[in-house]
Ligand binder design. Structure first.
Ligand SMILES: [Zn+2]
Length: 535
C-alpha cells in the first residue's frame, strides 16, 4: 500500500513534469541547438472531450529562456496572449486550440483538438475482463483483469474488494472487504492472489470486484461483480488390505493431484492419509506394494464431495493355470474372466454380495420314490464351500424371508442340471449389479450327465453356489478338472474327487469376498511385472 500511495502522490504533484515528458517531442522546438530552452504544455494530451458549459485551463511554460510570450488561437482567431488560457466549452462540436510561444529567442507551438460533448464523464472506464479462479491452496482465489487503456486522467492503480453478502456495486463498495490496491504498471494483464489471511472464507460464496483509480482518486464504475465459490480443505484417508482382508503396511500410496505427486507409506495397521487438498482438486490414489508381488491399483479421480475415506484392496499375483482360456497365466486376467469384468465384457466393475456370510435357505425335499435327499446334498455343498475356503461364505437360515439365496427343487428344465437366477434386482447374475436375491434351481428329474444320484445333486449345488459367489462365467480349456466348467457340476465327485473346488477357483472366490464392492478391475495393473514374471 505504501508504494501505491507514493506513486499516486508523485503523479498528483508533478503534472508539469508529466506533461513535458509526453508533449515536448511534439512541439516545434528545433532539435539540438535550443539554447537550453524547454517548452511544456498542459494538458499533455492533444485530444480531449469536454462537457459543454464547463471550463478548463490550458497552459504553456518555458524553462531556461527567461520571459515567455504566448499567443492562443481558437479555431484560427486569437483569444489570449497570456501563459494560461481558460477555455470554456461552448456548443457541441469540435474546437481547435493552438498556442505559439517564444522565450529566450526560441519558439514552440502545440495544438489540442477539443471535442465538446453534452455529457462527459472523466471517470476511468470500467475494468475489463475481471475473472476469478481457484488458487492451489484451499480457499485461495486469484482475481485477474485487463488494464484500463483509455482514461481521461492516467490510471494510478486498481482496487480489489469482495463481498460475502451478494453482488458488489458502487453503492455497497465501501461496505465490502477491501483486499488492497495493485499499481497500474502499463502491463496488459493483472492478477492478485487472496488467501484466508486476507479474509477468504473456505467454502463461502463471494463476489469480487475490481475498480480502476485515476490520479485524481476517481474510481471507475462497477457494472458487475464476479461470483465465485471458494474452495475448502479436505483430507483423504483410507486403509490398504490384501485379498485375505489383512492390513498391509509399507504400501507406497501416491496421491496424484494435477501435476503434483505426493507420497505416503501405509502404517502397520494399513492406514494412509494426506491433506489438506483443495475441494476443487481431483485426487487419484495409487497403491503399490513394496513387499511381495501385488497388482498396482489406481483409483478414479476422487473429489471432496465423494468422501474423505477411500479403502484399497491389493490383489496378489497368485499362480494360476495358464491353460485356462482368457488367463494367459495371469491371475488378474483369470479373475476378470471368471467375474465377467474382462475387456471382452460389458462392464469392468465387479458387483458381489453386500455382506458375508450370505444367508441361504434350503427347503426340505426328498424325491420319491427313490428317497434321494436333495436338501441334504445341497447343505453338504454349502458346508464344503465354507470348510474348503476356511471362510464363512454361507450360513443357512430357516426363513426364506431372511435369505439372500433360496434353493428350489421344483425344476425340471430339460438339459439343465441347475441354474442360478438373479431374482432381485431382476436380471442376469453376471456382476453388473449388486445381487439382493438369487434363486438356485436344482433339477429334480435329472441329474443325468456325469454322475447321477446324491453326489450328482451335491456337485450341481456346489457349481451353482460357485456362480453365486462371483464366478459368473464358465471356465474352459484348463489343464485339469474345474468345477466351473460348463456342465461340470454333476461330475464334481466323480473320479474319486472329494474336494472338487480347484485352488484357482478358491483363490478367486476369496479375492472376490475381500474386494471392495463395485471395484473397477481394469484399475489394477501389473506395474511392469507382467504375467510370467517371478512371483
Ligand atoms: Zn454354470
Amino acid at each position: 500500500m505504501n508504494s501505491i500511495l507514493t506513486t499516486r502522490m508523485w503523479a498528483l504533484l508533478s503534472p508539469a513534469l508529466l506533461a513535458c515528458l509526453v508533449a515536448c517531442g511534439s512541439s516545434t522546438d528545433p532539435g539540438g541547438d535550443d539554447g537550453g530552452v524547454v517548452f511544456s504544455y498542459s494538458p499533455s494530451g492533444s485530444q480531449m472531450i469536454i462537457e459543454a458549459g464547463t471550463s478548463r485551463d490550458f497552459a504553456v511554460a518555458a524553462t531556461g529562456g527567461g520571459a515567455l510570450t504566448a499567443e492562443w488561437k481558437l479555431n484560427g482567431l486569437t483569444v489570449s496572449q497570456t501563459a494560461t488560457y481558460r477555455y470554456t466549452a461552448g456548443s457541441v462540436g469540435v474546437d481547435l486550440l493552438q498556442v505559439a510561444a517564444s522565450s529566450g529567442g526560441r519558439s514552440g507551438a502545440f495544438e489540442w483538438t477539443v471535442t465538446v460533448s453534452e455529457d462527459v464523464t472523466t471517470l476511468p472506464p470500467a475494468v475489463p475482463q475481471v475473472r476469478v479462479t481457484h488458487g492451489t491452496l484451499p480457499a485461495e482465489a486469484r482475481v485477474s483483469w485487463n488494464f484500463v487503456g483509455s482514461s481521461t486522467y492516467p490510471i494510478d492503480s486498481y482496487l480489489v474488494a469482495c463481498s460475502f453478502d451478494g453482488p458488489l456495486s458502487v453503492a455497497n463498495w465501501d461496505q465490502a472487504l477491501q483486499l488492497g490496491a495493485v499499481a497500474h504498471t502499463g502491463n496488459i494483464g493483472y492478477s492478485a492472489l487472496f488467501q484466508t489471511d486476507d479474509g477468504m472464507i473456505p467454502g463461502a460464496t463471494a463476489w469480487f470486484g475490481v475498480r480502476a483509480r485515476d490520479e485524481l482518486g476517481q474510481l471507475s464504475p462497477l457494472p458487475q461483480s464476479v461470483q465465485h465459490v471458494l474452495s475448502y480443505a479436505w483430507d483423504l484417508t483410507g486403509t490398504v488390505r490384501d485379498d485375505f482382508g489383512r492390513p498391509m503396511s509399507n504400501v507406497l500410496v501416491k496421491f496424484l493431484v494435477g501435476g503434483r505427486v505426493l507420497n505416503d507409506l501405509t502404517a502397520p495397521d494399513g492406514t494412509f492419509g494426506y491433506g489438506p487438498f483443495s475441494s476443487v482438486d481431483s485426487v487419484q490414489v495409487q497403491a503399490t506394494a513394496t513387499v511381495g508381488d501385488y497388482y498396482r491399483y489406481s483409483s478414479p479421480h476422487l473429489k471432496a464431495a465423494s468422501g474423505s475415506v477411500y479403502d484399497v484392496v491389493l490383489i496378489g499375483m497368485i499362480p494360476v493355470d495358464p491353460a485356462c482360456d482368457g488367463t494367459d497365466g495371469d491371475f488378474l486376467q483369470y479373475l476378470r474372466f471368471m467375474t465377467m469384468t474382462s475387456p471382452l465384457s460389458e462392464q469392468t466393475k465387479l458387483h458381489k454380495w453386500r455382506e458375508y456370510p450370505v444367508a441361504v435357505h434350503i427347503p426340505d425335499f426328498v424325491r420319491s420314490p427313490d428317497g434321494l435327499d436333495f436338501a441334504a446334498a445341497s447343505r453338504e455343498a454349502l458346508d464344503l464351500w465354507n470348510s474348503d475356503s476356511g471362510l464363512q461364505l454361507f450360513e443357512e437360515v430357516a426363513s426364506p424371508g431372511a435369505a439372500d439365496i433360496i434353493f428350489n427343487f421344483d425344476f425340471d428344465e430339460p438339459a439343465l442340471n441347475g441354474q442360478a437366477v438373479l431374482v432381485s434386482p431382476q436380471g442376469v447374475l453376471n456382476g453388473a449389479v449388486t445381487p439382493e436375491l438369487v434363486r438356485v434351481d436344482i433339477n429334480s428329474v435329472l441329474p443325468a450327465a456325469g454322475s447321477s444320484g446324491y453326489p450328482g445333486v451335491k456337485g450341481v449345488a456346489l457349481h451353482e453356489l460357485g456362480h453365486t459367489l462371483g464366478l459368473y462365467a464358465h471356465s474352459s480349456g484348463c489343464s485339469d478338472y474345474r468345477l466351473m466348467d460348463i456342465g461340470a457340476g454333476s461330475s464334481a465327485f466323480s473320479d474319486g474327487r472329494t474336494h472338487p473346488v480347484h485352488q484357482d477357483e478358491m483363490n478367486a472366490v476369496r479375492c472376490i469376498r475381500y474386494l471392495n464392492q463395485a471395484v473397477d478391475l481394469s484399475r489394477y495393473d501389473s506395474d511392469g511385472r507382467g504375467a510370467g514374471s517371478p512371483r
